[in-house]
Design a protein around this ligand. Structure first.
Ligand SMILES: Cc1cc2nc3c(=O)[nH]c(=O)nc-3n(C[C@H](O)[C@H](O)[C@H](O)COP(=O)(O)OP(=O)(O)OC[C@H]3O[C@@H](n4cnc5c(N)ncnc54)[C@H](O)[C@@H]3O)c2cc1C
Length: 268
């Protein structure tokens, strides 16, 4: 099955000019089990046309060799019919301009190894969790929340930063979760408020000052500390690095296989 275009695109939702939610359905094989937060490879041959927004770069990627990249899974691990992804178009990229040209029914390849340590697997049920994302970094959190994270005993905070309000994918679903569940707070923030066509009454600051302003403490009614909370950071490497530095000053430590900690990082 290696390098076979073993899936069909079964849904495409244009979230914003540069972001799409894409569902991929396996054809003739069963999805293996995976843990919410994990990622998998998507791939296409260079012969697939690129979308019109793409720049000249990577127009002629080497023939024959599949173009493969990692993508976090946004759908629930209980969903066996399809896998959902939330993808940003990189105009100069090799794969995303090709993915952005796909229509429902088109073929795409997906690896059969779902991997990654960015999961809630070893986080005790009573610990609180803060899920911090920029852009499409919210994808693994959607998988966690859609699977079983809402049943946890601890509190949950989702902090999602994007350039514009229309780039805040999954905001309706996250707003609904906040409305119906007493233990989840959702803090969306935008960094280009001057481009908003209407009023934006939410946060306009970067994630770092929002965190330093104790916004989670204000929402939960108690301070998140290394003793009671695990923090997940996903997306832009600049955000994950600066948030890691801030959290370390507050006594949190970065998690690794050898040295368990409370900061969990996935860089896109
Ligand atoms: C574990 C993991 C999970 C990931 N999950 C997702 C996901 O859920 N959704 C998603 O959209 N991406 C995700 N990515 C990123 C993805 O793997 C690709 O790197 C991305 O889609 C760009 O691929 P490309 O072939 O179009 O661009 P490439 O040809 O790989 O890159 C072209 C140029 O663009 C730069 N670049 C790469 N990504 C970006 C970006 N996002 N913004 C601006 N410039 C960029 C590169 O540095 C390079 O210079 C993930 C990456 C990892 C490692």
């Amino acid at each position: 099955m290696k390098n076979e275009l073993n899936c069909k695109v079964s849904q495409v939702v244009q979230v914003s000019p540069m972001m799409k939610v894409i569902r991929v359905t396996p054809i003739g094989w069963e999805l293996p089990d995976f843990i919410p937060g994990q990622f998998v490879a998507l791939f296409l041959p260079p012969s697939v046309e690129r979308c019109t927004e793409a720049t000249e770069q990577h127009k002629n990627s080497p023939e024959g060799k599949m173009i493969k990249r990692a993508y976090s899974i946004a759908s629930s691990s209980k969903m066996k019919e399809h896998v959902e992804f939330y993808i940003t178009l990189v105009h100069s990229g090799a794969l995303t301009p090709r993915i952005f040209n796909l229509q429902i029914g088109d073929s795409i390849g997906m690896g059969n190894r779902f991997v990654g340590m960015f999961t809630l697997d070893n986080i005790p049920e009573d610990k609180n969790i803060v899920l911090v994302a920029t852009g499409t970094g919210v994808a693994p959190y959607m998988s966690m929340l859609r699977t079983d994270a809402m049943r946890r005993k601890g509190n949950i905070a989702v902090i999602h930063g994007a350039a514009n309000s229309w780039d805040l994918g999954y905001s309706s679903e996250l707003t609904l979760l906040e409305t119906i569940s007493p233990n989840l707070i959702y803090i969306p923030t935008i960094t280009n408020p001057e481009k908003e066509p209407g009023n934006w009454n939410g946060e306009k600051r970067f994630i770092e000052p929002i965190w330093q302003d104790n916004i989670v403490e204000k929402g939960w009614g108690f301070k998140p500390t290394a003793e009671n909370t695990h923090v997940f950071l996903c997306g832009n490497p600049r955000m994950t690095s600066s948030m890691t530095a801030i959290l370390e000053q507050e006594g949190f430590t970065e998690h690794s296989h050898r040295k368990p900690g409370q900061i969990h990082v996935e860089k896109f």
